[in-house]
Write a protein that binds this ligand. Structure first.
Ligand SMILES: Nc1nc2c(c(=O)[nH]1)N[C@H]1C(S)=C(S)[C@@H](COP(=O)(O)O)O[C@H]1N2
Ligand SMILES: [Mo]
Length: 216
């Protein structure tokens, strides 16, 4: 059969077809399967970004106040926060300054579980997040509630360090990392969107890394 000229021709054309297909799928499917958003590069370290101060908030002193357009406003202390259902979620970080970091294992309270507790009103559509350092950032309630978003107290199984926002920070992995408020102190549910700290300086109101929503 190996000597059959038709068979050899068939094998050769099959191989060429396979190579063309590989080339084609490479071209066509890469954007769909792509893990690194456009304009980003991968890092293995974990850069620290802040406003020049890293508040020293102990677990004993830490409180999270959730209010605004909710049926049940709450102030959680550490014990109340840890009594909520705990989730561990792996996700990638994408910072607007162009670095991305893969495979971060966050442990904490899923934002959906937190929203079940406070019950946002129908007119509550946006959030303003407040950090102990005075930082603020805004995002739609729908993005905060997305699967994968959580208020994290641990990273790779260890307590979140002070420089990275411990005792508790937000993680919203499908938006640029500036939306993930460190040293989180308060969450306000609002009826209308308004800019937080960086958004008032020209950063995008939403910040989707796949759409490169870096600046408005
Ligand atoms: N409270 C607070 N949260 C913050 C910031 C900040 O300055 N203060 N910086 C934001 C920005 S711009 C980024 S990129 C990430 C950085 O988080 P990291 O230092 O853990 O990498 O935190 C975000 N959350
Ligand atoms: Mo950032």
């Amino acid at each position: 059969m190996d000597d059959d000229p038709d068979q050899t021709k068939l094998t050769r054309s099959k191989r060429r077809w396979a190579e063309e297909a590989k080339f084609l799928t490479g071209q066509v499917s890469r954007p769909l399967e792509r893990r690194l958003p456009p304009g980003q590069h991968l890092v293995n370290n974990w850069p620290v970004l802040d406003l020049g101060r890293q508040p020293d908030v102990s677990r004993e002193r830490w409180r999270l106040k959730i209010g605004g357009l909710v049926r049940r406003p709450v102030t959680l202390d550490w014990a109340a926060f840890m009594a909520l259902p705990q989730s561990t979620i792996r996700s990638d970080i994408h910072c607007v300054t162009t670095w991305s970091r893969y495979d971060n294992d966050w442990t904490g309270v899923a934002t959906r579980d937190l929203l079940d507790l406070v019950e946002p009103r129908d007119n509550g559509r946006f959030l303003m997040l407040h950090g102990y350092d005075g930082y603020t950032t805004n995002l739609p309630l729908a993005d905060f509630a997305a699967p994968g978003a959580l208020l994290a107290h641990s990273w790779q199984g260890e307590p979140l360090t002070r420089e990275h926002g411990g005792p508790v920070r937000l993680v919203v992995p499908h938006l640029y990392f500036w939306k993930s408020a460190k040293w989180i102190a308060a969450i306000d549910v609002l009826g209308a969107d308004k800019p937080g700290f960086w958004e008032a300086e020209g950063y995008h109101m939403r910040g989707d890394p796949w759409a490169e929503e870096r600046y408005s």
